[in-house]
Design a protein around this ligand. Structure first.
Ligand code: G3H
Ligand code: 13P
Ligand code: ZN
Length: 318
């Protein structure tokens, strides 16, 4: 059942975080739904602008609708990840999405506010929640001075002003993570003190952590042993998720880890079975492995086993 992102956040706040997983195709969608079914977890399915273009947004939405039928117990929100204004308005118009993310974080503060406000205004009319970002993810390069990297982190006081001025429902904060498989080098680290300060200033307000793949070493080693060349790949320590959840993080974005599972399965498959060319053979392994990955991740996030209580909470309409 597709549900409101806001309600999922309200239930999770301060207790656990909800996995927000990026998907691009049918195999990822099947693996995700199976993994969440097996771990009895609510989840957020994220569609990026790139994913909407990869085949066709209608195809992706159709597969999600079908998965909703195939897995009648599933409780999930559908979210546009890193949208520009145009993509956000298109998703709002479609009526399929529970929430959209407007990412104007590369613009000056006032412009970020104006763009975000326009999206909030349109989304409100349809009861769709809006996530926006303040600060800049990244800054992991060694040559970036620490002071400069810190300047990209979300400024807690500015965050309060941003939330007040825009009326958003959740805030993506830059606390030192970055997208992709190469997150930390040199002195880079997570800045929980920033999260703690934001929570102090806005208790109860839902926060989002992007760039949260853990880039498992075992996965990277297996990829490299099967011919890959991923040197120095490093992700977020998953033991930090519980700490983040206590600081008001309700949504944890994961994309790269799913790509690593896909890459490992296919590299190993074609190394070990050079005579096979049927896409369904590695596809079946991928769906099972991705489901396993998702179920385990939901345990770490604390969302596993929550389905029944979330269901009761949604029924009460609180
Ligand atoms: O934050 C970005 C997500 O990982 C989506 O990546 O734009 O390549 O689909 P993508
Ligand atoms: P990762 O690259 O760490 O998986 O981050 C994904 C993300 O933030 C999607 O918005
Ligand atoms: Zn992101």
């Amino acid at each position: 059942m597709i549900v409101s992102t806001k309600k999922l956040f309200a239930h999770a706040y301060g207790q656990y975080a909800i996995g927000a997983y990026n998907i691009n195709n049918a195999e990822q969608i099947m693996g995700l739904f199976r993994g969440c079914q097996d771990s009895r977890a609510p989840f957020i399915i994220q569609i990026s602008k790139g994913a909407r273009k990869y085949t066709d947004k209608r195809l992706l939405e159709g597969i999600i609708r079908s998965a909703d039928e195939i897995f009648p117990d599933a409780i999930f929100a559908v979210h546009l990840d890193h949208g520009g204004e145009e993509a956000c308005l298109d998703c709002v118009k479609s009526g399929f999405y529970s929430s959209v993310m407007i990412d104007a974080s590369d613009k000056p503060f006032a412009e970020n506010v104006e763009i975000t406000k326009r999206v909030v205004k349109a989304a409100r009319k349809k009861g769709i929640a809006v996530e926006a970002e303040l600060g800049q993810l990244g800054g992991v390069e060694d040559e970036v001075a620490v002071s400069e990297a810190n300047a990209r982190l979300t400024d807690p006081k500015q965050a309060v002003e941003f939330v007040k001025k825009t009326g958003i429902d959740s805030l993506a904060c830059a606390i030192g993570t970055s997208h992709g498989a190469y997150k930390f080098s040199g002195s880079q680290r997570l800045h929980f003190e920033v999260m703690a300060e934001i929570q102090k200033l806005m208790p109860g307000f839902p926060l989002v952590m992007h760039g949260s793949s853990s880039v498992p070493k075992e996965e990277v080693d297996r990829i490299n042993a099967a011919g890959g060349k991923l040197k120095g790949a490093k992700g977020v320590d998953e033991n930090d998720f519980a700490k983040a959840a206590k600081l008001g993080v309700v949504k944890i974005n994961i994309d790269t880890d799913g790509r690593l599972v896909w890459c490992r399965v296919h590299r190993e498959f074609f190394r070990d079975w050079p005579e096979i060319f049927d896409l369904r053979d590695p596809g079946k392994i991928f769906m099972a492995e991705y489901a396993k990955y998702i179920a385990r991740k939901n345990e770490v996030l604390g969302s596993a086993g929550r389905l029944a209580e979330v269901c009761r909470y949604l029924k009460k309409g609180k």
